[in-house]
Design a protein around this ligand. Sequence first.
Ligand code: XIL
Length: 368
Amino acid sequence: MHLPTAASLLLSALPLAVATPTPGHGHKEKGLNTYAKEAGLKYFGAATDSPGFRERAGYEAQYPKYDQIMWKSDEFGQTTPTNGQKWLFTEPQQGVFNYTEGNIVTSLAKKHGKYLRCHALVWHSQLAPWVEAKTDWTKDELRAVIVNHVTRVAKAWKGQCYAWDVVNEALEEDGSYRKSVFYNVLGEEYIKLAFATAAKVDPKAKLYYNDYNLEWPHAKTEGTQRIVKMLQKAKIRIDGVGLQAHLIAEQAPTLDQHIDAIKGFTKLGVEVALTELDIRLQVPANATNLAQQKEAYKNAVGACVQVKGCIGVTIWDFYDPFSWVPYVFPGEGAPLLWFEDWSKHPAYYGVQEALKNGTKKGKPGKWW
Ligand code: XIL
């Protein structure tokens, strides 16, 4: 159903003046990042993994097409390495640092002039096993581990990151702290330590707290506001909150919920970005759930455009076969904007509409 029809192929081969500008074959459409900038955002971006680690193996034949859209088109003005900067890769053994994996994507970002979001310094998941293997860390020992990790990794990419996700997913759904090794030993002090250390090492990078299920107001968004205020009170720099936005097509937040959630953070004086947007559906995709997905994307991106202080949107890869979703949520998939056969989701046009229809009143970064 996603293969181009004979009619569409014929249309796309016709000269401009004759062709009907149907979605997907309009010749004058610009890429999403171009529309995003026109709407006052800094970027519309897509996260990507280094080729050796992409989720679905055996897709090497698709790489040229992928690279064309990822790096050489004006669809994306920003990227985030989906894995290579995580603790598991950067400090696999205590004191042994390795930036090879992370550098694959970050150097491509530099080469192609894309904004880079760096991800993630302190996180309970994809953590090197040695951190959790030791069960009798003293406070001083674990403080030193965090300071050393944040210092070395932030230094490795110093000056290259528009933003760093300094702490990722520190909260439970009820707004209480997740009982990670960091929290169990140090309490909320570990969050202060991570931000204070990152601020010292990379004064130019915006420092973000990043989490999922922050796209509608509830206990977890309140917990996140508590973290922002805690850091502000301690005079430790925090510049932004990242809303991962791993959403579900059939039960996504409304436009107003998105707006309220975002404003709950911007009113504290920090910026907001949607950092890992994807909107999964029950596979197989059909006309109904694809329409829901389109609406859901439109609302998420539209809210960011409408709220001053929401500076950009990143989707968590753009090509369905490279999404993490089917591996983590059985029975769900097709969460991105390009299908396996390279046709675009209806949601692509939902994003496009949201970007074309909305414009920020002020330029991002000016008002707060
Ligand atoms: C995911 C990656 O996309 C996968 O390749 C990996 O196997 C697991 O992690 N929240 C985050 C991201 O902050 O780092 C996660 O990325 C998705 C959920």
